[in-house]
Design a protein around this ligand. Structure first.
Ligand code: SAM
Length: 293
């Protein structure tokens, strides 16, 4: 039986959550850099039965084939390309690029994902390198060799996951590593796909990215029109002890013209908006924007 005092404390914390929630103020990002969280997320990244966290390997191969075609259009067919994948997770895009003969680098904050990315590259003698990169910390410099790039990619809506000023600063720093004419490739969630309603739900589950073993999972979603942002809060309650942990993630929605303006402010132009690459999963695969330095 859970301890009654612990349960009362957990319920009091859950009930004390602000209503309505305010994106960014009441929680900005999951603890991606936390070792335990990172280990659980790695399992989700590699799970071939879902497109959550990372898409399945065949979809990633299709995305990389699409990127090769866009690079051929931009620079003519052929040569090995130099590509940086930002927020690369377990490096699945870099691995696929390297298998196709390109030079790829990936940066992320998640230790387990980076460990996996490096191990696969070493096992396969793949031409890719991985490093710690915090998109929100401009003091962490990219390695000097990651320059003169043909493309920088931010897959899976990463352009929404940070406060707008941090996103702009990151895009400026990344654009500077592109060769002239190089491609900034953003997979983004179109404005119309954001739910404009408040949602609350709970479920009991045997395991999730938030905890191993059985737990209650209470989720609250709020859309804030003023900041054009969403917030998702997850309370994870351990039925054995009554202890509760809170995770929150905010996201900034961008209209197409705002995203184009953001890229322009980072010195990127000629934005081309394109539909999702495979269309395999309406919830977990988004539209594409290509801008050029
Ligand atoms: C949804 S996953 C996508 C991973 C990968 N792009 C893919 O599609 O397989 C989001 C990734 O962003 C990373 N991330 C979150 N915050 C970050 C930050 N501030 N800087 C760099 N990476 C970050 C996470 O660690 C995670 O690997």
């Amino acid at each position: 039986m859970p301890d009654g005092g612990q349960l009362r404390e957990s319920w009091a914390r859950i009930v004390a959550d602000p209503h309505p929630l305010q994106p960014w103020r009441d929680g900005a990002a999951f603890p991606w850099a936390d070792p335990d969280f990172s280990e659980r997320m790695l399992r989700l990244h590699l799970d071939q039965s879902t497109h959550m966290a990372s898409r399945t390997l065949p979809v990633i191969a299709a995305h990389v084939g699409w990127l090769e075609a866009r690079l051929d259009e931009a620079f003519g067919p052929g040569a090995p390309r130099r590509v940086l994948d930002v927020a690369c997770g377990p490096g699945l895009y870099c691995h696929e690029l390297a298998r196709r003969g390109h030079r790829a680098w990936g940066g992320d904050v998640a230790p387990a994902a980076l460990r996996h990315a490096r191990a696969v590259a070493a096992d396969g003698a793949l031409a890719c390198g991985f490093f710690d990169l915090d998109l929100e910390d401009p003091s962490r410099q990219l390695p000097a060799e990651v320059a003169d790039l043909d493309a920088v990619t931010l897959w899976y809506g990463e352009v929404h996951a940070h406060p707008p000023e941090a996103t702009l600063a990151a895009l400026c720093a990344l654009a500077a590593r592109l060769r002239p004419g190089g491609l900034m490739v953003l997979e983004y969630q179109p404005w119309d796909l954001y739910p404009r309603e408040d949602l609350r739900e709970w479920r009991a589950c045997d395991g999730s990215p938030f905890a191993d073993g059985p737990h209650f999972w209470l989720q609250q979603y709020h859309w804030d029109e003023a900041s054009r942002s969403e917030i998702n809060v997850h309370w994870i309650v351990d039925p054995a002890t009554g202890a509760a942990r809170r995770y929150a993630q905010s996201g900034r929605a961008w209209r197409d013209e705002e995203l184009a303006a953001l890229c322009a402010a980072a010195g990127l132009g000629g934005g081309v908006f394109l539909p999702p690459i495979t269309g395999v999963d309406g919830r977990h695969e988004f539209a594409m924007l290509i801008s050029r330095r």
